[in-house]
Ligand binder design. Structure first.
Ligand code: ADP
Ligand code: MG
Length: 553
């Protein structure tokens, strides 16, 4: 062959492939789900492009995915008539780690101890490369819609790949054909029953019909009809179907913690199917803080960039399908559309309501949700003015009286001391460090509960939070503790220690430390320790000072 170039994989890809090949993970079936999901994405991209350029569809307007089995040659072929790839796109998409989930996955591998990698593959989709779990050679032949050239990408998954042109006769008329030369022990993927079962189970509701060709010369048989799951009514969909769909749409391999499926009618018409994952998605703490909810217009996939959820709900996965927008909706329209703003509000309300319901009816399960997503949800307290009280009510905390369990603000307020007009908190980097803080001594002695805040977002929302049921948020490392009015556990109100000796000592300390501190005061904050540092009344508390210092302010 001429013009066939050889390339080595990006270092990370080579590492990932090595792991794929040596994976001991038993559930290799997932590779099929990944390839089908890519094929469906390619069909949806073409449908979208064809709105502007109908000629791209030619005489073949119907999307489909075809699986062909060849037991004799131990081959499985996944073919779609979607958008296809040009030569350069192949190098870009198949030779580098493009998708952020895969990138995050590799970071996680790098941080993990050896051997864990194979388990991680099972938990998270790693896209196209998963086919090297079952194949020792993979050929990708593709022809981009509207192009008169086709290319072939080929690799044994061991460090390098080749790309070159192929005759049009050897390529699909449009789209991508992926040929898996299966390993000896992956022979079962040429059996019709096995493949049909896996496809129905994992990919039964992708919105593109899937056909199966059992033997090289047999006729294709349709095995799924491409009916979009979200167009069905709730009562027609089983829990398993929701889970399969969730896994497909989210790239997660877990069970959803919450499923919110509804059709809105009236002023705006749309269907939403949203899931709260059962575990943290990998990209949750990406600095971009992007959501992944997909926007469909009349069942045509438009974008996952429409910010259909507020940032503090970016862990929610799923889609919204509406008939109220034109198919050729532009990026600018998406940003300014009042229809989308209304949809966003509607979906956000439903998701939050579902979270509230969970908190009420299944408090134990809710704590799991909170451990996964609380740190993100709290961003809403300073980002979503309208819903901040609602979000504060959802928050759960470790506190000085409950270092292992969780407490809500409502519980805190109910158990507050007579005359206590603040919600006291102490912010820092870990509960263990905080619970040993001398700052807590005086509060402990008086049985006053203190929230222990350890998420970095905490220092931000507490300073912006409104009162909660009439109590202001107050850092115990800041200003006067003013604990003198509360009796200690033995019922005593400690006497003012206003002796002349104390005054002399404070004068002495002030003079000696004049360059280091603004003031020296007697405090009822401490019971055992002799001294602690406190931030001034107005300004930042100690943890916030540290955060700002680290940020270079
Ligand atoms: P992801 O699907 O999350 O982007 P993958 O590893 O599954 O990650 O795929 C990487 C990229 O390869 C895709 O984004 C796409 O650009 C390209 N690709 C893979 N399969 C196909 C296909 N069947 N048709 C067109 N492009 C594809
Ligand atoms: Mg993919």
């Amino acid at each position: 062959e001429q013009n066939v170039e050889s390339h080595v994989f990006e270092a990370d890809v080579a590492r990932l492939l090595h792991m794929m090949v040596h994976s001991v993970y038993s559930d290799k079936d997932v590779f099929l789900r990944e390839l089908i999901s890519n094929a469906a994405d390619a069909c949806e991209k073409l449908r979208y492009e064809a709105i502007e350029t109908p000629a791209l569809l030619g005489s073949d307007a119907e999307s489909r995915i075809t699986l062909s089995l060849d037991e004799e040659n131990r081959r499985l072929v996944v073919e779609d008539n979607g958008i296809g790839m040009q030569r350069d796109e192949m190098i870009e998409a198949l030779g580098t780690i493009a998708r952020s989930g895969t990138r995050a996955f590799m970071d996680r591998i790098a941080a993990s101890k050896g051997g864990e990698g194979a388990q991680l593959i099972g938990q998270f989709g790693v896209g196209f490369y998963s086919c090297f779990m079952v194949a020792d050679r993979v050929d990708v032949v593709s022809r981009h819609a509207g192009s008169d050239q086709a290319s072939k990408w080929s690799s044994d998954g061991k460090g390098s790949y080749s790309v070159g042109p192929v005759d049009l006769a050897e390529a699909p008329e449009r789209g991508t054909r992926i040929v898996l030369h299966l390993m000896e022990d992956a022979k079962k993927y040429t059996s019709r029953w096995t493949v049909e079962r896996i496809v129905k189970e994992q990919s039964g509701h992708v919105p593109v019909a899937i056909r199966l060709i059992e033997k090289p010369d047999s006729e294709p048989v349709q095995i799924t009809d491409g009916t979009a799951l979200w167009t069905k009514s709730k009562s027609e969909v089983s829990k398993e179907e929701y889970t399969d769909f969730y896994r497909g749409v989210s790239g997660q391999y877990d069970e959803p913690a919450l499923t919110v499926h509804f059709r809105a009618e009236g002023r705006h018409e749309y269907t939403a199917l949203a899931f709260v994952p059962g575990t943290q998605p990998f990209d949750m703490f990406d600095p971009e803080r992007k959501g992944r909810m997909k926007l469909y217009v009349k069942r045509v996939y438009i974008t996952d960039d429409a910010e259909l959820m507020p940032r503090y709900l970016r862990f929610v996965r799923g889609l919204v399908d509406t008939a109220d927008l034109p198919l050729n909706v532009s990026r600018e329209m998406i940003q300014e559309s009042s229809i989308l703003a209304a949809i966003r509000k509607g979906v956000t309300n439903r998701v939050i309501t579902a979270i509230e319901k969970l908190a009420d009816s299944e408090p134990e399960t809710y704590l799991k949700f909170w451990e996964n997503f609380g740190a993100v949800l709290k961003e809403g307290v300073y980002e979503d003015y309208e819903r901040r009280t609602q979000l504060m009510a959802l928050a759960r905390f470790r506190t000085s009286t409950s270092v292992d369990g969780y407490r809500s603000l409502a519980e805190y307020v109910k158990d507050a001391k007579e005359g206590q007009n603040a919600v006291y908190y102490l912010a820092g980097s870990s509960v263990d460090q905080l619970k040993a803080s001398p700052q807590l001594e005086g509060f402990r002695a008086r049985g006053i509960e203190v929230l222990l805040l350890t998420d970095s977002v905490d220092s931000f929302w507490v300073v912006n939070a409104p009162e909660f049921e009439g109590k202001v948020f107050k850092s115990i490392t800041q200003g006067a503790a003013d604990l003198s009015r509360f009796p200690t556990a033995d019922g005593q109100i400690p006497q003012e220690q206003d002796s002349a000796g104390l005054a002399t000592f404070i004068g002495f300390a002030r003079e000696k430390l004049a360059a280091q501190v603004a003031d020296v005061r007697a405090s009822d904050r401490l019971t055992e320790s002799a001294v602690c540092l406190v931030a001034p009344e107005d300004g930042y508390d100690r943890q916030m000072e540290k955060i700002l210092q680290n940020a270079g302010r």
